[in-house]
Design a protein around this ligand. Structure first.
Ligand code: ATP
Length: 424
């Protein structure tokens, strides 16, 4: 983890939030490479969940909602974690995170640590809306993006041609007053979710069928994007840990350096939400009923972190990120072999300008070529194109592959189609 956190800072993937003012616990800023990686993850998700399907539409709901939403959804009452306080130093922890509690007790070696009784702590972040002091309305920054899909259920049904079974997909920010943010971006107070709410007929048969279907779809999506299968698993929620809305739930977990950790939840929400919001669907036969919901709720930040961890490679010579090219922030980097030879620079610049409208393309003419390769390896750039003296004679360039370090010569005027094919 230490190596990865350092690489993220060094290369501009992730910085601590508000760093020059001492930071703000549980917040992170994505740098130039991290911002693109995040976009790419979201784009791939949207492509597979919305673009490639005919039964899913997307929404982008407001972060601030009428507070009644959170009353109806049960979050004001039940969106809580159990909090305990160390009676020696008053540090607070989640009572259900045994490992964190044990680690803390280690810091008081030799003393007997006593804890307060677990208290319910609501995770919703409050904000004040309005301009007149004393008349400001308390609103909540959404604790899950989910409710935006439910409150627009009728709007979506009446403004599109969806018919049950159908899904509403959304990507956006969520906020939680996490008691103990930590493990880098894994537990943040501001984070992004990518979620599907899939509405089905209310029957156990349909519920089981679609729950299994979405479990498979979501696991395959991660595997297709390059995750090491052995490091992924499903974990069923025990009755005691299930969220207030869930009939049953399974997490997709990754074996992180800090242990098996959830980064997506597949939840059977039954009719909890729609019935709480008093929303119904009119079937083909004119019958009204309350659909059930299967949810796939993934974290953008957690999957980004795990994509980085999973693709981190090192040997005695170099460090590289073997990210799937679809996710890699830059697809190609273009270099002139020598920066002080104007004819090489001119030719390389032309190739760079030609590729730029089609792919995120990096340019580098600093230092020696070896250092430039190492720098692109750390950024996860799959291909480096170098213009050398042979280019001036026969219009071929070298393409270096990030994972193998091997170079092949290739025609300069076919680069665009070559990379397009690789990325398809
Ligand atoms: P945990 O048990 O780790 O607190 P959760 O079960 O409360 O997570 P869900 O409410 O199911 O999480 O949220 C769905 C997804 O949103 C999670 O799988 C995760 O990827 C993401 N997520 C939730 N909380 C956070 C957080 N504090 N920081 C980053 N991502 C989060």
């Amino acid at each position: 983890m230490e190596k990865l956190v350092a690489l993220c800072k060094r290369r501009g993937f992730i910085y601590p939030g508000s760093e020059i003012y001492g930071g703000l616990q549980g917040t992170w800023d994505y740098g130039p490479l991290g911002a693109i990686l995040k976009q790419n993850i979201k784009q791939e998700w949207w492509k597979s969940m919305v673009q490639e399907r005919s039964d899913v539409v997307g929404v982008d709901a407001a972060i601030m909602m009428n507070p009644t939403v959170w009353k109806a959804s049960g979050h004001l009452e039940a969106f809580t974690d159990p909090l305990v306080e160390c009676m020696i130093c008053h540090s607070r922890f989640r009572a259900d995170k045994k490992e964190e509690i044990e680690t803390h007790e280690e810091t008081h070696k030799g003393e007997s640590v006593e804890w307060t009784e677990p208290k319910k702590f609501n995770l919703l972040v409050e904000a004040k809306l309005g301009v007149i002091e004393g008349e400001k309305q308390t609103v909540y920054l959404r604790g899950e993006i989910t409710q935006g899909a439910f409150v627009n259920f009728e709007n979506v049904v009446s403004s599109t041609r969806v018919k049950i079974p159908f899904g509403v997909a959304q990507i956006g920010k969520a906020f939680r007053n996490e008691i103990t943010p930590g493990n880098f971006t894994y537990r943040s107070r501001e984070f992004e979710q990518m979620e599907l709410e899939y509405f089905i007929e209310p029957s156990d048969k349909e519920g089981d069928k679609w729950f299994d279907y979405w479990k498979d779809q979501r696991m395959n999506w991660y595997v297709d994007l390059g995750f090491d299968k052995k490091k992924l698993r499903f974990r069923k929620h025990e009755d005691s840990e299930r969220a207030h809305y869930a009939k049953f739930a399974e997490d997709i977990e990754y074996e992180a350096p800090f242990g098996w950790s959830e980064f997506e939840g597949i939840h059977h929400r039954g009719d909890w939400d729609l019935s709480r919001h008093k929303l119904q669907y009119v079937g083909e036969d004119g019958q009204k009923f309350t659909p059930w919901v299967i949810e796939a709720s993934g974290g953008v930040d957690r999957s980004l972190l795990f994509f980085l961890i999973d693709s981190y490679r090192e040997d005695e010579k170099r460090v590289w990120l073997s990210l799937n090219p679809k996710l890699a922030p830059y697809k190609v980097a273009v270099f002139p072999l020598l920066a002080n030879k104007p004819e090489l620079v001119k030719r390389a610049k032309r190739i760079y300008e030609d590729l730029k409208p089609h792919f995120m393309t990096a340019w580098d003419d600093r230092g020696n070529i070896g250092k430039r390769y190492l720098s692109q390896d750390e950024a996860g750039t799959p291909w480096c194109v170098t213009v050398d003296f042979q280019t001036l004679e026969d219009s071929t360039v070298t393409i270096r592959d990030r994972d193998t370090g091997k170079q092949d010569r290739f025609k300069a005027d076919s680069l665009q189609s070559y990379f397009l094919k690789k990325l398809s």
